[in-house]
Write a new protein. Structure first.
Lengths: 346, 418
């Protein structure tokens, strides 16, 4: 019975593909302009900046892999990722690259488990980049590296040790991923072109400039939502049960910094995308940045304290308010609303 | 009700009745929900009966029969997952019956390699079956009698930890199959029937409490499904919610289709597992039934789109569909979405057929297993492409606001039903 229905499905699919692109329109207008500005002023610089800093991280690990030596390059690389991570679309989404660069939250403690297993087995994958690219994402990317550099049960390794090779393998893998992303964004027929030629007859990804504008706009809102609900929401937990150990990147003391950088990235995005100066939105985002500065709590450890907790909650609320303001300042004038996002599951 | 073939048919044959409209589409949607939850209930009752037999007469045969009943029960239930996300009544309830992944050490004995309490969950290895008395978030708990109330109200999501899954299909699955200790090799959990034996035949201790837990969990699943089937009945609140306001109802359909396709199935369930090479990231990890749970999730999306559900009894529920409505509005987008959903079903069908022919889902997750990765990521890509087509459907049906933030449907019902 199932076979029969597949035959029917296939015939219908053929018929469908004939009419697929009948509706493509010409490319022009404020949505298209907004897309071009976001691509050229925000996205492409973020992609190139990430590639630069992650390659520097790889170089640093080659010359001295030890934890103490690598921390500055690690932080610079993570900072650069925060400028790009919200653009989980096209080359970042492809092959789950975004998830590979930043596997978080690690709800089941897979990262220490997987790293420990590699180290205990002296797994040879570290000496072969192609093989390492198939290793679990729990042992790759910035969060695996955070364990290696900051966690006391991993970071006391020497030059020439297996852990040193593992760190070099992680940074090499990250650099390769960053290069793939940069290449796929910027080459002649790359993702930048895919976005900016939305609606052209041969553009099969975005059938209209509205679709391209909506795709980018969804990333802007999702990035802010993730900061409010995940980066802040996870450590907040509930009043009865705060969860400071669930803060993102608390081992490296980057939890609040990551929120700040994600809000700064959103601000840059807003300025590039807005058809006119979005005063209200910028006011809220600047207020969030000032409040984060005042909080002076790098790991959100003060979720345990009623007063600290309230301050952190307010920051999350103001980020939510910014998303509403963006709907008025950008969404409505451009005639777009957000699409589905990768956080829509539970 | 006669289903229109396409909008072109309307144009070519002006004497044909015009497409009815959103109200009829929503009636079909609610009818499919009612039928698939009713089938889920019937098959859960059969599961409960098989579990009763296992406990009263434990043997390889009665354990196998209970496992078979569980596998059957998953078929209609997975087809209901498309009603999540868009319907707050379903969202608020769903975690009781299908929460996943779970720290199964909360419930029963586990292998030493499982470890103990974790940063995330200090009760990951509580083992209620072996421990009738314990302290949970500072409260002394007497679990001498294992009842549906104890499981549902005290143990489930204990200490506000999501992975403390004490109830539902996956808790029952664990109690029937046990842990799958084969890693990414072929093979499911292999719990001996003697885990339910009496007296000296009992293996792994506390067989009476294990039986009591399994029995109470089955009772709870049945009563939870009774509740949800009723919500979609003639007087049910879930039905009323989608039929009261056609625009909100159509929004609910599309929100469910898109959120299940993208964030939930493509992301959380499929991509994450293959990227972690973690066999515990299989949706049905104890039974190795994941290929089916993915397939029937996909089929549920197709059901609500084409307005047709085929019941385990052989009956078909069908009527005016979202596909019809979309075809009348924009035939190109309707054709594209139809094609995208069919492409997804083909990809999910390949995973299912490969698994049933011997290449099990956990093998597909193995590090460096290119064929498995290809099978899974192709289905992920098809689900992502399908989501784009759903977004186009949202645009042409003029129901803006869908998925502004998927969890709106979880946190703020008013945002979805405004």
């Amino acid at each position: 019975m199932m076979m029969t229905s597949f035959v029917r499905i296939t015939l219908k699919s053929l018929a469908a593909s004939v009419v697929l692109f009948a509706g493509s329109g010409a490319y022009a207008g404020p949505q298209a302009d907004a897309v071009v500005r976001v691509v050229t002023q925000h996205a492409v610089p973020a992609v190139l900046n990430f590639s630069t800093h992650i390659n520097a991280l790889e170089d640093s690990a080659k010359s001295d892999c030890t934890a103490g030596a690598l921390v500055p390059a690690y932080n610079a690389g993570f900072d650069a990722w925060m400028g790009l991570q919200h653009l989980n679309i096209g080359p970042v989404e492809a092959d789950a690259r975004g998830l590979t660069i930043a596997f978080w939250p690690d709800k089941k403690g897979m990262i220490p488990k997987t790293l420990s297993a590699l180290i205990a087995d002296q797994d040879a994958a570290v000496s072969n980049a192609d093989e390492f690219a198939h290793v679990s994402i729990a042992a790759r990317g910035l969060f695996a590296l955070e364990y290696m550099l900051f966690d006391d049960s991993f970071n006391a390794y020497d030059q020439g040790s297996y852990s040193c090779e593992l760190v070099q393998a992680i940074t090499h893998d990250l650099a390769q991923t960053a290069d793939h992303i940069a290449g796929e964004w910027t080459r002649e027929d790359g993702f930048a072109a895919t976005l900016t030629t939305a609606g052209a007859v041969d553009n099969q990804r975005y059938l209209s400039e509205t679709e391209a504008a909506q795709a980018l706009y969804t990333m802007l809102l999702t990035g802010l939502e993730n900061s409010a609900e995940q980066r802040i929401g996870r450590p907040l937990g509930s009043f009865e049960k705060p969860r400071p150990k669930r803060a993102e990147a608390y081992r490296s003391g980057r939890s609040a910094r990551n929120v700040m950088l994600s809000v700064q990235a959103a601000r840059e995005f807003v300025v590039a995308m807005a058809p006119e100066v979005p005063t209200h939105t910028l006011e809220i985002l600047d207020e969030v940045l000032a409040k984060l500065q005042d909080l002076d709590d790098p790991t959100f450890a003060s979720v345990d304290d009623p007063m600290g907790r309230l301050k952190i909650e307010i920051i999350a609320q103001r980020i939510e308010a910014a998303t509403e303001s963006i709907a008025n300042d950008i969404g409505a004038p451009l005639g777009i609303s957000a699409g589905f996002n990768a956080s829509d599951g539970d | 009700m006669k289903r229109m073939m396409t909008a072109f048919a309307v144009a070519a044959l002006p004497v044909a009745p015009a497409l009815a409209g959103p109200a009829e589409v929503l009636t079909t949607y609610a009818n499919i929900a009612e039928a698939s939850y009713s089938d889920s209930l019937t098959s859960a009752q059969a599961l409960r009966a098989a579990i009763d037999t296992l406990i009263s007469d434990p043997s390889d045969v009665t354990l196998a029969a209970a496992k078979a009943a569980w596998i059957e029960a998953r078929v209609p239930y997975q087809q209901t997952e498309v009603f999540r996300f868009g319907n707050p009544i379903v969202d608020d309830w769903e975690g009781k019956v299908n929460a996943w992944p779970l720290d199964e050490g909360l419930i029963d004995y586990v292998d030493a390699a499982y470890g103990g309490a974790t940063d995330e969950n200090e009760f990951a290895a509580l083992n209620v079956i072996a421990n009738p008395m314990f302290t949970l978030s500072g409260v002394d708990i007497d679990a001498t009698d294992i009842t549906p109330e104890l499981i549902g109200e005290t143990l489930h999501e204990a200490d506000e930890v999501e992975s403390n899954v004490a109830s539902g299909y996956h808790a029952i699955e664990f109690l029937l199959w046990g842990q799958d200790l084969n890693g990414t090799n072929h093979g499911a959990g292999n719990r001996p029937f003697t885990d339910y034996a009496t007296g000296d035949d009992c293996t792994n201790g506390n067989c009476d409490r294990r039986g009591a837990y399994l029995s109470a969990a089955a009772d709870l699943l049945v009563s939870d499904l009774e509740y949800m089937a009723a919500q979609w009945g003639a007087e049910g609140e879930a039905r009323a919610a989608v039929t009261a306001d056609p625009k909100a109802g159509i929004t609910a359909i599309l929100t469910g289709m898109g959120s299940l396709s993208y964030g939930e199935q493509a992301g959380e369930r499929m991509k994450l597992g293959v990227m972690l090479n973690d066999p515990e990231e299989e949706h049905d990890c104890f039974s190795d039934n994941t290929h089916n749970s993915h397939f029937y999730d996909g089929l549920g999306i197709r059901n609500v789109f084409v307005g047709e559900y085929v019941s385990g009894s052989g009956n078909t529920v069908s009527g005016e569909s979202l596909q019809d409505l979309l075809a009348a509005t924009d035939p190109a987008v309707a054709a594209e979405l139809t094609s995208a959903i069919d492409a997804t079903m083909s990809e999910l069908g390949q995973i299912k057929s490969a698994a049933e022919a011997g290449f099990s889902y956990d093998q597909m997750l193995e590090r460096g297993n290119a064929a498995g990765e290809e099978l899974i990521l192709s289905a992920v890509d098809a689900l992502v492409a399908q989501t784009r087509s759903i977004e186009r459907a949202v645009a042409v049906l003029d129901v803006d606001g869908v998925g502004i933030e998927g969890s709106d449907s979880l946190d703020d019902p008013d945002a979805v039903f405004e």
